[in-house]
Ligand binder design. Structure first.
Ligand code: NAP
Ligand code: HSE
Length: 429
């Protein structure tokens, strides 16, 4: 088979961009054997061409001039690996309008501006792919869009942020939050601004994309109930261990009676649950649907070369289906209502720090009972006239639990704001 040269341009040549180039060079023979095409990076957009690069870009490849990429007739397909909304969004729109297919690793762009970008791609008949924007190396978008197209997926449960999973795994082994985050940044897992990781914003964008694709209905970032890991303390991690669970930042997207609920929050995951074994910067996504029952995909969820593998897979798919694919079409085909977030049901964990006085426990449990919330498990520790109470509650509506916790927080014997998290377990509580 004789090779056909395909000119590739990269918007961005940082952690991911330089790794895409490395893979295209080092795996060029494998790609050519599989596809008959030789993908060559001919241009890469950067801010500062004089910077030292992890993998050399080659003579004349780096440019600061976007138009030189858009108007270069050698460029057949573009990978957007620069991040941010602007100018990345403007550039992607211009490229699609110019008839150039784009693959993007930018979850914020796809989650916020996907509808408009897909409309342009569809009008121009060019592909827009975004596998690398969710869970790096794990091909979950492809599985949802192509393999499970008739599976009626109604629940997506996932660990979708590598940085926070790395931090929480390290804290379990006794590391501090600050040390673990610094290590994740040094390893290239974290976003340019790691606030997006620890606040849950990165995971929220990924869950918005996954829910949109899984349910065929647009889920915006504002539709995702989001909490990060910045409120997690070593006391929560050790209490979770005592209850036979681990703390993880979990994304949950559910179809409840035709209404959509999407949330990202710290959760206590039972040790026997598949998500509890997801360690370090790994991600996992469980897909539950009518025909498939449950499929779990697990793999590296962050990192340059790991993300680049998904970018390259999308580039290869674009080349292989050029002009004929259905993936330039928006995955949305219906408009489903949002579930009232307070109506979402789960077992919950509550951590309380209280004064060790007679009647405190009764006071707490009677407030829970007033909201029809029942205690399944309780661990108490006493120290210096204070007590920590770690309660696991039977399944209840989130609104009822939150209202009870807010009332309990006002008790004079409650010393600090209660910490609340859902519990994920296959065991009955
Ligand atoms: P990065 O290392 O910061 O690289 C960003 C690149 O884009 C740099 O080469 C930078 O140029 C260039 N760039 C940024 N703004 C620019 C502008 N206004 N004009 C021209 N060039 C610009 O980021 P990254 O970690 O590779 O991430 C890139 C994208 O992949 C992001 O959307 C991120 O969310 C996504 N992603 C990252 C990972 C990961 O593990 N790192 C995983 C999945 C998805 P200079 O080099 O000259 O500064
Ligand atoms: N910062 C992201 C993470 C990179 O830690 O998961 C992958 O999108």
């Amino acid at each position: 088979m004789s090779a056909v040269d395909v000119g590739v341009a990269l918007l961005g040549y940082g952690t991911v961009g330089s790794s895409v180039h490395r893979l295209l060079v080092e795996s060029g023979d494998e790609i050519e054997r599989a596809t008959g095409h030789r993908l060559r990076v001919v241009r890469a957009l950067v801010r500062d061409p004089s910077k030292e690069r992890a993998f050399p870009a080659g003579e004349g490849v780096l440019t600061t001039d976007f138009a030189a990429i858009r108007d270069d007739p050698r460029v057949t397909v573009v990978a957007e690996v620069m991040g941010g909304l602007d100018p990345a969004g403007t550039y992607v729109r211009e490229l699609l309008r110019a008839g150039k297919p784009v693959v993007s690793a930018n979850k914020q762009l796809v989650a916020r501006e996907g509808a408009e970008l897909f409309a342009i791609a569809s009008a121009k008949g060019v592909q827009l792919r975004f596998e690398a924007s969710v869970c790096a190396a794990i091909p979950v978008v492809k599985v949802l869009r192509e393999s499970l197209v008739v599976s009626n997926v109604h629940r997506v449960l996932g660990i979708v942020n590598g940085t926070t999973n790395f931090v929480l795994s390290r804290m379990e082994r006794g590391g501090t939050y600050a040390e673990a985050l610094a290590e994740a940044q040094a390893l290239g897992y974290a976003e340019a601004d790691p606030t997006d990781d620890v606040s849950g914003a990165d995971a929220a964008a990924k869950m918005a994309i996954l829910a949109t694709v899984a349910f065929g209905s647009r889920v915006g970032l504002d539709d995702v109930e989001t909490r990060g890991i910045d409120e997690i303390e070593p006391a929560h991690v050790s209490a979770a261990a005592e209850l036979g669970t681990v703390v993880r930042l979990v994304g949950i997207a559910t179809l409840v009676d035709g209404a959509v609920d999407v949330r990202v929050q710290p959760a206590l995951v039972d040790r026997s649950h598949a998500l509890a074994a997801v360690d370090g910067a790994f991600n996992a996504v469980m897909l539950q649907g009518d025909a498939i029952r449950e499929i779990t995909l697990e793999g590296p969820g962050a990192g340059g070369i790991e993300t680049a593998s998904a970018v390259v897979a999308d580039l290869v798919s674009v080349v292989g289906t050029s002009g004929t694919g259905f993936l330039q079409n928006d995955a949305c085909w219906r408009e489903l209502p949002r579930l009232d977030p307070g109506a979402w049901r789960s077992p919950f964990y509550v951590h309380l720090e209280v004064a060790d006085r007679p009647g405190v426990l009764a006071h707490v449990t009677s407030r829970l009972a007033a909201h029809d919330v029942s205690v399944a498990q309780l661990v108490q520790h006493l120290r210096d006239g204070e007590a920590t109470l770690d309660l696991v509650l039977h399944e209840a509506a989130q609104g009822a639990v939150a209202r009870a916790a807010a009332e309990i927080a006002t008790f004079p014997e409650v010393l600090r704001r209660p910490f609340l998290a859902p519990v994920i377990s296959e065991r009955p509580l």
